[in-house]
Write a protein that binds this ligand. Structure first.
Ligand SMILES: CC(C)(COP(=O)(O)OP(=O)(O)OC[C@H]1O[C@@H](n2cnc3c(N)ncnc32)[C@H](O)[C@@H]1OP(=O)(O)O)[C@@H](O)C(=O)NCCC(=O)NCCS
Length: 391
């Protein structure tokens, strides 16, 4: 049946317009709220056609994602949508299958996405591999008062320094994006509304930044949304909290993307915040060999793991692999004893550190002796993976 479908690029203006309309219908947004085509890159759209007619599409977002302190090349998948009248007919399944085959052929190690439905992506080999949640706090509840750093509004000249702060902060947390131009574009605006950039500096050196915006709430004081932040030093973190506390007379709440692993949480003297709107993201190990070799591992830990990978869709992943870890680096080769049998979805959860091997066994995604499970846990375990972006 899948032979009837054609999956390909979507570079002609008319084709793109069809795709954009599909997207607007699916996500109930206006064309102005969609990230512009030239930002994403016309070459990054894929359409699925039947009888020459476009029935669905998606956008590929090539970037990286940090695991174990190293940036792993990652292709994000966004804006997956099919025509309302074609849904349930297999278009999305075929589209994903072909796009993943293309990524594997290009040597892309992993792919990550925010799912609207888990079932569709599980079928394609993705598994929940991290979460993003929203922290809400009243500015009056933040009791940090530290103005050692200067806060000021950023200008275009600060762009490199801002990105430099992100480059210091992001690799410290598992799951953060190694951002592309598209992701940075979305830092600067949210659903068509501009965000305001502020920097925190000391002796002319920028140590932290925040992009904030005000969101009105009917009949109440408005809310501040911190659309993005990065903090290279503890002083910058304290200055940001002070900056947010200074909204206490004029804003009801402050929100930002957070996680139980958010390093800002231990700086709050009281736990008077809510961590809600938990949104899972899913990862697909697209290229087992490259993925295992690309991430960082705990320094000072040596291990030799023997995997047998099951993957119904990508033949190049299937079979036995040996991972040798030493000095924070992983070397991968074919062969070995296949002691730890892992479905590729189980490998995704293990890889990001989100799911412990024992949990994977309970889920039917892994099988192996206790020593092999413990060895895998020691190599992949880390703080809960999360990110400050949604796409
Ligand atoms: C989700 C969506 C892309 C699926 O496209 P589709 O062409 O209908 O999907 P397929 O026919 O290939 O079905 C593949 C699997 O997706 C899941 N699925 C399909 N339609 C679904 C729906 N409306 N809601 C939830 N899951 C759905 C099912 O698990 C299905 O497998 P199954 O039929 O064997 O159970 C489509 O329904 C859509 O455009 N929805 C609105 C936008 C959206 O939610 N996008 C996802 C953003 S991450």
């Amino acid at each position: 049946m899948s032979a009837d479908w054609e999956v390909g690029r979507c570079e002609r203006d008319g084709d793109y317009a069809v795709l954009r309309d599909l997207l607007c219908e699916a996500f109930a947004v206006s064309p102005e709220q969609v990230t512009p085509r030239e930002v994403i890159g016309p070459e990054n759209f894929r359409a699925v056609r039947r009888g020459g007619e476009i029935v669905g599409g998606l956008a590929l977002l090539p970037m990286g994602q940090f695991f174990g302190g190293r940036s792993v090349r990652m292709t994000g998948v966004a804006a997956v949508a099919t025509r309302p009248e074609s849904r349930g007919g297999g278009a999305a399944r075929v589209l994903l299958e072909r796009v993943l085959a293309e990524m594997h052929a290009d040597g892309v190690p992993i792919s990550t996405l925010y799912p609207a439905t888990l079932a569709l992506y599980r079928r394609a080999g993705y598994e929940v591999a991290g979460v993003e949640s929203t922290l809400t706090i009243a500015p009056g509840a933040i009791d940090t008062r530290d103005r050692m750093l200067t806060a000021r509004m950023a200008t275009a000249e600060d762009t490199d320094a801002i990105r430099g702060v992100y480059a210091v902060d992001a690799p410290r947390m598992n799951g953060m994006l190694d951002r592309s131009a598209t992701i940075w574009y979305r830092v600067g605006e949210r659903r068509g509304q501009q965000t305001m950039p502020y920097v925190f500096e000391h002796d002319g050196r920028i140590e932290g930044y925040a992009y904030v915006m005000t969101e009105p709430i009917p009949d109440k004081l408005a809310r501040v949304r911190v659309n993005d932040m990065a903090l290279a030093t503890p002083a910058a973190a304290r200055r940001l909290l002070t900056f947010l506390a200074d909204y206490r007379t004029i804003r009801s709440t402050i929100t930002w993307r957070s996680s139980p692993a958010d390093p800002l949480l231990p700086l709050l003297r009281e736990a008077i915040y809510e961590l809600g709107h938990v949104t899972p993201w899913m990862t697909r190990i697209v290229h087992v060999e490259r993925a295992l070799a690309a991430r960082g591992y705990p320094p000072g830990r040596s291990a030799e793991l023997h995997f047998e990978v099951i993957d119904e869709q990508i033949g190049g992943n299937v079979g036995r692999w040996v991972l040798r870890v030493a000095d924070g680096v992983g070397l991968v080769e074919r062969g070995g004893a296949g002691t730890l049998r892992l479905h590729v979805r189980g490998l995704a959860g293990l890889y990001t550190g989100y799911l412990a091997p024992r949990v994977l066994v309970d889920l039917g995604l892994a099988e192996g002796p206790a020593e092999a499970l413990a060895a895998a846990e020691a190599v992949f375990a880390g703080p809960i993976p999360w990110m400050r972006d949604a796409f």
